[in-house]
Design a protein around this ligand. Structure first.
Ligand code: KIV
Length: 278
C-alpha cells in the first residue's frame, strides 16, 4: 500500500454487489501471518469457528467461545488490508434471542474491528438476522450443513437431498429476505445449490456445494494439508505443508542429536574476526 493509493478494504455492500460477477474467493484464517497470505489473494477472510478443531484440537465447533473468536479475530484483522474479515458467532452466543445475538455480534465487531459476522441457521434465524442488520451488524448466513447442529443433524451429512431440498431453498430465501448480505451453502447437493444461486439476489458461497455458487470457501489448513485428522470430499489439497513440516522437524531433530546443528554460521565466536562487526 502506498500513501497515494491506499488499498480500500472490501465491505459487505461490495460483496453483495458481486452477485453474478467474478467468483468470490474466500478462505479461513486464524492468525496474522496467514491472514496476510489470504489477504493478497482473496475477497473475504473468514475467522471460522473451525478454529476450535483446526487450531485448538477440539472434537467439534461446539466448545468455541467468544473469547477465542475475539482473540483470533483481532489477529486476522491485524493482517487484513483489503479482504473483508468475517467473524463466526460461536455456538450459544446468538440462538437465545435477537437481543443476545446483538450483544455478542456488536462485541465481536467492536473488540476485533471486523465489519461483519456469520451465523448458522435459516428460517428459524431470520428474525435475528433482521434484528442485527437493522442495527448495523452485516450478517453472512450459513445454511445446509450447519456444523454447530451436528448433534441434531446426526453427523456431518449432505443436507438438501430429496424432501430436504424445499427446506434448504426456503432457508435461503428467508435469510435473504431478512437482510443477509451473502449466504454460505455447506454440503448442499450441486443442483440445488445452483438453483438457490439463481433464485437469490445475494451471493452464495459454497463449501461442498458445487461450481455454480457465486463463490467458494475452504478451511485454509485443509487446503494446505496442515489439518489431516479427517478430509471431507469437498477439500482439494493445494499443498502438503503438514508433510513438509514433518520432514523439516525430523531433519532438525536428527541434526540436533548428531550435533550437526547449530553449525559455525549459526553460532557467535568469542572473538570477532577483524572485519566482521556483527
Ligand atoms: O468455521 C468455518 O470455517 C466455516 C466454513 C467451513 C464455512 O464456517
Amino acid at each position: 500500500m502506498s500513501a497515494t493509493s491506499p488499498v480500500r478494504p472490501v465491505l459487505p455492500p461490495d460483496i453483495r454487489a458481486r452477485k453474478g460477477g467474478a467468483p468470490l474467493v474466500v478462505l479461513t484464517a486464524y492468525s496474522t501471518p496467514v491472514a496476510r497470505l489470504v489477504d493478497a489473494h482473496c475477497d473475504i477472510t473468514l475467522v471460522g469457528d473451525s478454529v476450535g478443531m483446526v487450531i485448538h484440537g477440539l472434537p467439534s465447533t461446539l466448545g468455541v467461545t467468544m473469547e477465542m473468536m475475539i482473540l483470533h479475530g483481532r489477529a486476522v484483522v491485524r493482517g487484513s488490508q483489503k479482504a473483508m474479515p468475517v467473524i463466526d458467532m460461536p455456538f450459544g452466543s446468538y440462538e437465545e434471542s435477537p437481543q443476545q445475538a446483538f450483544r455478542n455480534a456488536s462485541r465481536l465487531m467492536a473488540e476485533t474491528g471486523a465489519p461483519s459476522v456469520k451465523l448458522e441457521g435459516g428460517q428459524h434465524m431470520a428474525e435475528t438476522i433482521a434484528f442485527l442488520t437493522a442495527r448495523g451488524v452485516p450478517v453472512m448466513a450459513h445454511i445446509g450443513l450447519t456444523p454447530q447442529s451436528v448433534n441434531t443433524l446426526g453427523g456431518y451429512k449432505v443436507v438438501g437431498r430429496a424432501d430436504e431440498a424445499d427446506k434448504v431453498m426456503a432457508d435461503a430465501r428467508a435469510v435473504e429476505a431478512a437482510g443477509a448480505f451473502s449466504v454460505v451453502l455447506e454440503k448442499v447437493p450441486e443442483g440445488l445449490a445452483g438453483r438457490i444461486t439463481k433464485a437469490l439476489a445475494i451471493p452464495t458461497i459454497g463449501i461442498g456445494a458445487g461450481v455454480d455458487c457465486d463463490g467458494q470457501v475452504l478451511v485454509v489448513d485443509d487446503m494446505l494439508g496442515l489439518f489431516t485428522d479427517f478430509r471431507p470430499k469437498f477439500v482439494k489439497r493445494y499443498a502438503e505443508l503438514g508433510k513438509d513440516a514433518n520432514a523439516a522437524i525430523a531433519a532438525y531433530a536428527a541434526e540436533v542429536r548428531s550435533r550437526s546443528f547449530p553449525a559455525a554460521e549459526h553460532s557467535f565466536p568469542d572473538v570477532l574476526p577483524a572485519k566482521d562487526k556483527t
